[in-house]
Design a binder for this molecule. Structure first.
Ligand SMILES: Nc1ncnc2c1ncn2[C@@H]1O[C@H](COP(=O)(O)OP(=O)(O)OP(=O)(O)O)[C@@H](O)[C@H]1O
Length: 235
C-alpha cells in the first residue's frame, strides 16, 4: 500500500508537484498520466526516496520508516532502461542483486524466477550487454519478484517494447498485482494504461486534475478524457 498526502516537490522556486494526494492499494495498478514535464517522474523519485519532498508525507506498506528507508526495504523500481551489470549474465545479475539484500540464493531459485518472468533459458548465461530492452525488463521483474516488493514503481515501462513484448510485460505486472503488490506506473501509453491499470490519474503542472476508474470506461474513453482534460473541457 502506498499513501501520498500533500506531496510538494520544488526545484528552486519552481513547484513541480503541488499538494498531491494519491493512494494505491495492495493488488491495485495505478497509472499516472500527464504531458511532458507534468511532474510524474518527480513524484516517482519522491516515492522511491531518490528525491527529497519539500512538504507532505509518503507512507509505504504501513511502515513508520522515512520513505527512503521504506522504499529500500519494500519497493522495486523498473525504469525505461533497466540498468544491469553488462558483463554479468542474467543469472549473475540476479544473484548479485539478491546477495546485496543479504540473501544467498541457490541457482535453481534464480532460474525458477527467470523462467517465471519469461526470459528464454538460452539467455540466462549470456552477458547482459547482449540483452534486448524486453529482456532487461524481464530481469527487472525478477528483481521485484526476488525482493517480494510491496510496491512496484514503473517509469514508462513499455516504451520501445514491441507489441508482443509489451503484452507479455503487462501480463507479468498483472500477475504481481494479483499477488498483492501495489503498482504505480508513469506512462504516456494511454492504450496500455487502459488495458492494464485499475485506476488512472492525470497530472498537469504538478496538480492531479483527473482520476478515473478504468472498469467504468468504454474503449478509447481514457484518451478522450485525457484530451478533454488537457483542453480544459469537462471529461
Ligand atoms: N533535477 C531537476 N532539476 C530541476 N528541474 C527538474 C529536475 N527534474 C525535473 N525537473 C523539472 O520538473 C518538471 C517536472 O519534470 P518531471 O520529469 O517530473 O515530469 P514528467 O511528467 O515525468 O515528464 P516526462 O513525461 O517528460 O517524463 C519539469 O519542468 C522538469 O524540467
Amino acid at each position: 500500500m502506498l499513501k501520498i498526502d500533500g506531496l510538494v516537490k520544488r526545484y528552486g522556486e519552481r513547484v513541480v508537484v503541488d499538494h498531491l494526494h494519491l493512494q494505491v492499494s495492495g493488488g491495485e495498478i495505478y497509472a499516472l498520466l500527464g504531458p511532458n514535464g507534468a511532474g510524474k517522474s518527480s513524484t516517482l523519485a519522491c516515492v522511491l526516496g531518490f528525491a527529497q519532498p519539500d512538504a507532505g508525507s509518503i507512507r509505504l506498506a504501513h511502515s513508520e520508516l522515512p520513505i527512503a528507508e521504506a522504499a529500500t526495504r519494500h519497493a522495486a523500481y523498473i525504469s525505461e532502461n533497466v540498468a544491469l551489470y553488462e558483463r554479468l549474465s542474467g543469472v549473475e545479475n540476479v544473484e548479485f542483486f539478491m546477495r546485496l539484500s543479504g540473501r544467498k540464493p541457490r541457482r535453481q531459485e534464480i532460474e525458477a524466477l527467470l523462467e517465471r518472468a519469461g526470459l528464454p533459458p538460452e539467455a540466462w548465461g549470456r552477458q547482459a550487454h547482449s540483452y534486448s530492452k524486453g529482456m532487461r525488463q524481464k530481469v527487472g521483474i525478477v528483481m521485484a519478484l526476488a525482493k517480494q516488493a510491496s510496491l512496484l514503481v514503473l517509469d514508462e515501462p513499455t516504451s520501445g517494447l514491441d507489441p508482443e513484448a509489451s503484452v507479455a510485460f503487462g501480463g507479468l505486472i498483472r500477475e504481481l498485482a494479483n499477488q498483492g503488490t501495489a503498482v504505480l506506473m508513469a506512462t504516456h501509453d494511454l492504450f496500455r494504461a487502459q488495458e492494464l491499470a485499475h485506476r488512472c490519474g492525470m497530472l498537469v503542472a504538478g496538480h492531479l486534475v483527473g482520476e478515473w476508474v478504468v472498469d467504468a470506461l468504454h474503449a478509447g474513453e481514457l484518451e478522450r478524457n485525457y484530451l478533454a482534460t488537457l483542453a480544459g473541457r469537462p471529461a
